[in-house]
Design a protein around this ligand. Structure first.
Ligand code: PRX
Length: 647
């Protein structure tokens, strides 16, 4: 069975309790009975069309799906505008004064934007972008803290047909310039800074370094978040508030083809170079609209909070596009969960009456460590549904979440999906599914997910690779500028089948249990990091001759980064160098990729043909008995490494 964390698998199946939907919940849920699965299976295209019809189209589509594997087109010939669907639809209805975004900054400042406010801001900023020369199809990079301007920028791009590329504020200047260059972005939207754990996130300062290397950037728009010192380059840099002052308040939404690009978002793959995942318009919006509505059972009076940053796909699909397309009230919080104290999240839930809360297993494990006294201090009775995403959730954390946060009355939806899938694909339907802690349960109606063996045959009950055997509306349409990599990475393992890169197990009742990545991608605190990216950052340091990076199991983060390093001749491998190397990786990629452990070795274990044996290094890092080492060129290397690591 392929897996990255074998020692945790047994623990997955120890918890035998099952949790049927609470009766009260089921009564009002959008989906109350299981027949929808059969109905959607019988005619998936009609199923997806039923959601697409709930959106506003400028021109109806002629064909629901055109599938020339691995290229799909959804709602072919249709025209629509995403910002009009997310904002105008509600701003021009009785929902006009409903809160669209309730935002809280880390220092405690607050802003509420109604749908009407959001409509005005998006229209004005769309005109600002136009004035800066941004046209349909141009790329715009967004490097912002979690402030309303992030959502406004994305929606303004969507309004004029510009393609946004949001870069997580925690990424380094170098990571930002790589992404800007790959997409050839024309405009960068950033802020003077953001708040994080009481400190400052120096975004403009980092952006200044980045744009030294990005000739495509013509203009930089700076949101004034605080009173942070910065340099403004005349002619190139502009303050957001100044530009907005005299911007026209209406901008006609651009009629976009269903298959026009909406955004690109960079994610790590199995090579050192991040890939720009392409998402388009009609299918993406239909997919996130449908899943937000059904997975979170979104009702008009809900107050919905997804704690993801806008720099990740979860922030795109389930903080901005999915909820706003549903006319929901979305809570956004800029900062850290332990600032000024470890109850910040619970205070926010109490303060705004949050009813739906969606977060990551890493966060839940951290809350467990901090202790149940923190949530117990707050009134969490408004909650009615909990969700998790980003990594496998261990049953112990699931049960804690269910009991201490949900007070045993909220279903917990464990949602599996990826940057590439755009939308949630494996998930419970909270009004229907009996939950098993640790299992993401079943494919969403209309989705075909199977567990296959190496040969591509379906595994009845047991473990294998998770694969998607039918196209779905929000699926990626490619990798920006690299169609070859798209075909090779996802569609070459088996013909016409999407390879997810995840291992999974199917149980006797058809439930799916996700077991982690089976490729060279690590999942650290729910963030995807490629082993190769960290390796290239390390060998970029003058002291390093060679490096091999693997992950090891970590109680809170799920996985932690372990780097095995061979230094150059004459270099002293001491604790000072360890710190320097960790810092170097943080500078090159971002602190999320900082290795937990650096192990120096005179040599790395290699096969006789010279390939580094990562599997062995992984065993060493996880303190496991080593497998077969007979193919090693020099078996002593392993013994030595194991000894060093154990010390
Ligand atoms: O390994 C799976 C894990 O996160 C990967 C996708 O990462 P990313 O594209 O950054 O998107 C994260 C947010 C959607 C997957 O290949 N993953 C995501 N959700 C789950 C999960 N693993 C287990 N259970 C989940 N619910």
């Amino acid at each position: 069975m392929p897996t990255t964390k074998p020692e945790t698998i047994e623990a997955l199946f120890l918890e035998k309790r099952k949790f049927p939907p609470p009766a009260g919940f089921q009564k009002i849920a959008h989906v109350k009975d299981e027949s929808i699965y059969e109905k959607a299976k019988a005619n998936p295209e009609a199923f997806w069309e039923s959601f697409a019809k709930e959106l506003d189209w400028i021109k109806p589509w002629q064909k629901t799906l055109e599938w020339n594997p691995p290229y799909a087109k959804w709602f072919v010939g249709g025209k629509l505008n995403v910002s009009a669907n997310c904002v105008d639809r509600w701003a021009k209805s009785a929902h006009r004064n409903k809160a669209a975004i309730i935002w809280e900054g880390e220092p405690g400042d607050q802003r509420t934007l109604t749908y009407w406010d959001l409509y005005r801001e998006v229209n004005k900023f769309a005109n600002v972008l136009k004035r800066l020369g941004v046209k349909k199809g141009d790329r715009v990079a967004i490097y912002l803290p979690l402030i309303p301007e992030a959502a406004i920028s994305m929606l303004a791009c969507a309004r004029i047909g510009a393609v946004h590329s949001v870069v997580f504020g925690g990424f380094s200047a170098e990571a930002l310039s790589d992404r800007i260059n790959d997409a050839q972005a024309k405009v960068l939207i950033t802020a003077d800074g953001g708040y994080r754990r009481g400190g400052l996130l120096p975004l403009k300062h980092d952006a200044d370094y980045a744009i030294k290397e990005t000739p495509s950037i013509e203009h930089v728009v700076i949101v004034k978040r605080g009173d942070f010192p910065l340099r403004v380059k005349e002619g190139r840099d502009h303050w957001w508030h100044r530009l907005m002052q005299d911007a026209e308040s209406f901008c006609e939404p651009e009629p976009m083809d269903s298959e026009d690009m909406l955004f690109t978002l960079y994610t790590s793959g199995t090579t050192g170079k991040p890939k720009g995942i392409i998402h388009t318009t009609g299918g993406y919006l239909t997919g996130v609209y449908a899943t937000t509505k059904w997975v979170f059972d979104l009702q008009p009076e809900d107050v919905y909070w997804c704690t993801a940053d806008v720099g990740w796909i979860t922030g795109h699909s389930y903080m901005v596009y999915g909820p706003l397309a549903n006319g929901a009230t979305v809570v956004m919080y800029e900062g850290s969960p332990d600032w000024p104290d470890k109850d910040r999240f619970w205070r926010i839930i109490e303060k705004y009456g949050v009813t739906i809360f969606y977060t990551a297993p890493t966060a839940i494990r951290t809350f467990m460590k901090w202790g149940k006294e923190w949530p117990a201090k707050c009134n969490l009775s408004s909650l009615r549904l909990l969700g998790t995403v980003g990594e496998p959730i261990n049953p112990e954390a699931w049960v804690w979440y269910h009991e201490e946060i949900g007070k045993c009355k909220c279903p917990v939806v464990d949602t599996w999906w990826q940057t590439e899938t755009g939308m949630i694909l494996i998930t419970p339907l909270p009004g229907v599914t009996t939950l098993k802690p640790g299992s993401a349960t079943k494919p969403f109606p209309g989705i075909e997910a199977k567990v296959l063996n190496e040969a591509g045959e379906e595994v009845g009950v047991g473990g294998g690779y998770l694969a998607l055997t039918k196209p779905w509306p929000a699926m990626l349409r490619g990798i920006y500028g690299d169609p070859e990599r798209y075909e090779k990475q996802y569609w070459s393992k088996w013909p016409k089948i999407y390879f997810t890169g995840d291992g999974a197990k199917r149980d006797e009742e058809g439930y799916l249990w996700l077991l982690g990545r089976v490729d060279d991608v690590m999942n650290v605190s729910g963030h995807r990091i490629s082993t190769m990216e960290v390796e290239s950052a390390l060998v970029d340091h003058s002291a390093v001759a060679e490096s091999a990076v693997v992950s090891r199991a970590h109680d809170i983060k799920g996985e932690a980064v372990v780097a095995f390093v061979t230094v150059r001749e004459g270099v002293k491998s001491d604790p000072k160098l360890t710190e320097q190397l960790k810092e170097h990786v943080a500078k090159k990629i971002g602190s999320l990729a900082r290795p937990d452990d650096i192990i120096f070795s005179a040599d790395l274990p290699k096969t006789r043909s010279g390939k580094i044996m990562r599997r062995l290094l992984k065993d060493i890092a996880n303190g496991k008995v080593l497998g077969d080492t007979t193919t090693l060129a020099d078996p002593d290397v392993v013994k030595h490494l194991q000894k060093t690591y154990e010390e």
